[in-house]
Structures are given as C-alpha cells and as structure tokens.
Design a protein around this ligand. Sequence first.
Ligand SMILES: Cc1ncc(COP(=O)(O)O)c(C=O)c1O
Length: 384
Amino acid sequence: MSFLPFSLPDITSKERAAVDETLESGWVTTGPRTKKFEAEFAGAIGAKNAVAVNSCTAAMHLALEAIGIGSDDEVIVPTMTFAATGEVVRYMGAKPVMVDVLPGDHNIDPAAAEAAVTSKTKAIIPVHFGGQACDMDAILAVAQAHNLKIIEDAAHAFPASFKGKKIGTIGDITCFSFYATKTITTGEGGMAVTQNQEWADRMRVMSLHGISKDAWKRYTAEGSWYYEVVAPGFKYNMTDIAASMGLVQLDRVYEMLEKRRRIAAAYTEAFKDEAGIQLLDVRNPDDHAWHLFVIKLVDGVLSIDRNRFIEELKEREIGTSVHFIPLHTHPYYKKTFDHSPPGFPSALDAYRRSISLPVYSKMTPSDIERVISAVLQILTKFKR
Ligand SMILES: Cc1ncc(COP(=O)(O)O)c(C=O)c1O
C-alpha cells in the first residue's frame, strides 16, 4: 500500500496545455493571462477588483499597506493561524494583537476581538479556518463599532460563503491563496479582492516596484520604456505561467469542491457518533470550501494522545497535518509580545487535540475508505 499524502494538487492535461501555450507564447511573466485571471476571479466572486500576486502573504501585506497601517498601529489576528497572518502585520512595523478562537469552529472569537480593541487598533484579520467563514455579522459589528478595517485571510476559503454572500464581498480587502495545497493552485499565488478602487490601484502599483501605471506593459508594443517610481514597492506580481494554470483551476473550482464536499460528508457520517472524536461545528456544509477536515480527540476516551494518533495513521501510510500551532506559542511571538490574560484556552485546547485528515479532489473512493477505516481501527485499538 502506497503512502497517501496529506495533500496533492489536482492538475490535469488542461492545466498542462495552458501552461505549455503560455511558454510557447513568449510571454512568461505578468501579462494578458494574469489580467484575464484577475477579471475572471473577480467575476467569479462578484467583486469589482482583483489584484493577482505571488502569494496570499503578499496580498495581505499589500492590503495592510493600502489601508495605511503604520508602526504605531495594532491589528487583531486570531492566534489559531499560519505564520503569514502575523508576519504581514510585522512587515508594517505594527503590532499583531492575538486573540482566542471559538471552540466549535476555530474561527476568531468576535467577543475576544472586541475586548482586545484599544485606541491603537486599526484593523482586524479574520481567518476563515479550514474554509468555513467566520461569523462576519459579528466581525462587521465589531469593526463598525470601533472604526476598524477588515482584511480577510481567505487562504482557505475559495469558494466559501457566509449566509449566501460570497467571501470576497464582505470585508474591506479579502486575500486568497493559490499555494500548492490550497483549493485552487498556481503553485504559488494569491489574489487581493476589493470593492475599493483606490486600494486596488495602490496594491497594483506596490505589487510591482511602486511603478506607476501598468508597469508590466513596458515591454509590449503599446508600452513605453519610460516609468516612474512613486513609492518603494515590492516584487509580488503573478506570472502568466501561474495565471494560465489559475484560469483552468478556476474553471474547475466547483468540480473540485464537489469532490471535497463528498469526502467531508463521508468523514462526517463515519465519525459523527464516535465517542473518541469530536467534529467541528458546521454552519452550512454548502457554504464551506472544505479545505480542511479536522477531527479532535476527546479526552479520556483513548489511551493515546494526538501525537501518537498521528504516528498510528502514519504507520498505516496516511499523511496528516495539524492546523495550527497557535501563533503566540512560537518563539518569536513569545519573546516579542506580552500575551496577558485572558489567554488562549480554546486555541490551546484545539491545538492539543486536532488532526487534519486528507481532503482533496484527487482522492479516490478507496483512499477515502482507507482513511476512515484507519481512524476507526485506531479508535478501537486504543479505547480505554
Ligand atoms: C491561514 C493562512 N493564511 C495565509 C497563508 C499563506 O498563504 P501563501 O502561502 O499563499 O502566502 C496560509 C498558507 O498556508 C494559511 O494557511
């Protein structure tokens, strides 16, 4: 039996043909395919502007820059997230103020976020954990009450919705990831989506050296050698090689989502009555991007802990992951910031008990069955 990886990209002959065509075209960096990908991505979400970049991290950095975050500012982030969400705040010299998550779905706790607001708070970055939207009604209420901008970390959440509204149409700027493991991939890639033209223009300029006006066009027939640098920008532009892959992935997004949805439904059915396993709360399975499927071990039921459970799955040739090691526990954040009470009991508890199972469209029915039977076997073997 071969090893079942935790994640695999779903690349078909269509992506390969599209990339090949781009390579043949002679235009390999930002160009017409990137522009097309931006337009189609914005269209898929129903947003006005989409700025394609080379990662979600880049998108979040540009978003914070565009809304004017400065070194005296504070930005609220959940501790239950990936490194990127915290580091982009540090790129601006600002302070990431970490807050706890809700025990049911691992999304930011709006009450904890509100309690963390100070006179320095300028923005909040909700992370749509695993592809399930945060309670955006509550986040919007906090943001409105305290005049905060909302930059959504939607690295897991394309395509996801909150109460029928697509993620990408709710906050001020929403940032998506097309990293290798994500719901659509361009290898590396990201997109910043916003209704605000001024922010979109600023992000576009800053994504390519701070060069004014369509810098990418300077080598085209209609372009010119002349350019002006209006700010010290970054090198975050997406290549047409990546965009051509993204266009095909975008076309296939619902086909791939449907497969993940079925995997999630099969796991839910198999595990929902198991005393040793707790599943995350799901508001509406149809609104979920199903990027992750997390099981949490219930204390006192098994004679082994989470780490051993992961080892047991590995022995059965099944790859897993853990989302996330809470940000405030990492050495850098521990030594740099003072994390005073109330602390992060829910994130720490979730971290201690969580395992992310494989959920990706390349999984076959027998892969799914293998994961289910391995989990059930371990539960039986180590029942107290
Ligand atoms: C919650 C979250 N935010 C941001 C990122 C960063 O995405 P990227 O690798 O596209 O920069 C990730 C990637 O794993 C993530 O899980």
